[in-house]
Design a protein around this ligand. Structure first.
Ligand SMILES: NC(=O)C1=CN([C@@H]2O[C@H](COP(=O)(O)OP(=O)(O)OC[C@H]3O[C@@H](n4cnc5c(N)ncnc54)[C@H](OP(=O)(O)O)[C@@H]3O)[C@@H](O)[C@H]2O)C=CC1
Ligand SMILES: O=C1CO[C@H](CO)[C@@H](O)[C@@H]1O
Length: 312
């Protein structure tokens, strides 16, 4: 394995392992084992969120491996995210401490504002009107950002960033930031490149973390969407390198300079998704993957359509 390709450096000099294990929809009964399997094959980065309702079970896996002496806390990079119902500045520290308790750690390596939209404050993560639409809050994420900065000052988190922010929203944060975001975590795969946003973030020194890099096959809300894994060009490229399509999609993100966080609770896939450091896609295949763009978003958080801070 070429270790020089396994980390990406932030503008502040801190580093992040280029592959992390995603944990959305990882069932609480399976994610502890998935985390342990991932550590055994070399993952040192875990992507978590309060909204995934499994942080305690992720923490159990990390704690077990620390207690076994396989890793130390400092060896792993843990990301979590502030959910939309906790955007008021006075709620941010409490939300972060809840996540720290669940993950059984004293600090996070990275804490992200999960979405720019705020929802009505409270313990219900998806507060709804009787007609099923989300109840919004008018909390503004620029004020949330100032509370995120305080978490760095207080040593609860090492780095802060955003997720699902568009160019204007990133710029609004930069306009007030004393500590700039290190990351914008966004959906990114061969069917959705978000070229303008990734170029904008690169220009500002903000690293892209690509979520749903495999096209999130378990989560396709639009019935007429084409599953990325069934793409004939992708299958052809995979055959050429004697790799599976998942490895091609993960390698593609790495070659674009992105951090990438494929999710799996399947031991064999956890291993194969990490086995991407001994081959390189050639320029023609990178171009071919880029040409597959179809603006196909699998994670639109459509229940927040109409929110003044809805990003898409
Ligand atoms: N910031 C945000 O708003 C968001 C962040 N995320 C983060 O990004 C992570 C990844 O995105 P996600 O949407 O989960 O989707 P992915 O694109 O990572 O796809 C995960 C799905 O693909 C399956 N899978 C994994 N590896 C392979 C493989 N090699 N071959 C075939 N199938 C495979 C998994 O099944 P199985 O587990 O059964 O193996 C699972 O169903 C999330 O888990 C989360 O951590 C995701 C969405 C939004
Ligand atoms: O990370 C994500 C997955 O789960 C969340 C809520 O269910 C999504 O909104 C979000 O984008």
């Amino acid at each position: 394995m070429d270790l020089s390709t396994t980390k990406v450096t932030f503008y502040n000099g801190n580093t992040i392992p280029v592959i992390g294990l995603g944990t959305w929809r990882s069932p609480p009964g399976q994610v502890t084992q998935a985390v342990k399997d991932a550590i055994d094959v070399g993952y040192r980065h875990f992507d978590c969120a309060h909204a995934y309702r499994n942080e305690h079970e992720v923490g159990n896996g990390l704690t077990a491996k620390i207690e076994e002496g396989v890793i130390e806390r400092e060896d792993v990079f843990i990301t979590s995210k502030l959910w939309n119902t906790f955007h008021l500045p006075e709620q941010v520290e409490h939300a972060c401490r809840t996540t720290l308790r669940n993950l059984q750690t004293d600090f996070l390596d990275l804490y992200l504002i999960h979405w720019p939209m705020a929802y009505k404050e409270g313990d219900d993560l998806a507060p709804k009107h009787p007609d099923g639409t989300i109840i919004f809050s008018d909390a503004d994420y620029v004020n949330t950002w100032k509370a995120m900065e305080k978490l760095v000052d207080d040593g609860l988190v090492k780095n802060i960033g955003v997720s699902n922010f568009n160019c204007k929203q990133v710029q609004r944060v930069l306009d007030v930031a004393r500590i700039k975001p290190v990351v914008n975590q966004i959906e990114n795969h061969a069917y959705l490149h978000q070229a303008k946003l990734t170029a904008f973030c690169a220009e500002k020194g903000i690293v892209i973390t690509a979520y749903s890099p495999l096209g999130s096959p378990a989560n396709r809300p639009q019935t007429n969407d084409i599953p990325l894994f069934e793409d004939e060009n992708l299958k052809t490229i995979a055959a050429k390198y004697c790799r599976d399509p998942g490895q091609i999609l993960i390698r593609y993100q790495i070659q674009q300079g992105h951090v990438v966080i494929p999710k799996s609770v399947t031991k064999s896939r956890i291993a194969s998704n990490f086995d991407v450091f001994s081959f390189e896609l050639d320029d023609a295949d990178v171009k071919l993957l880029a040409s597959l763009e179809r603006d196909q978003r699998v994670c639109p958080e459509a229940r927040a359509l109409g929110h003044p801070h809805y990003p898409f």
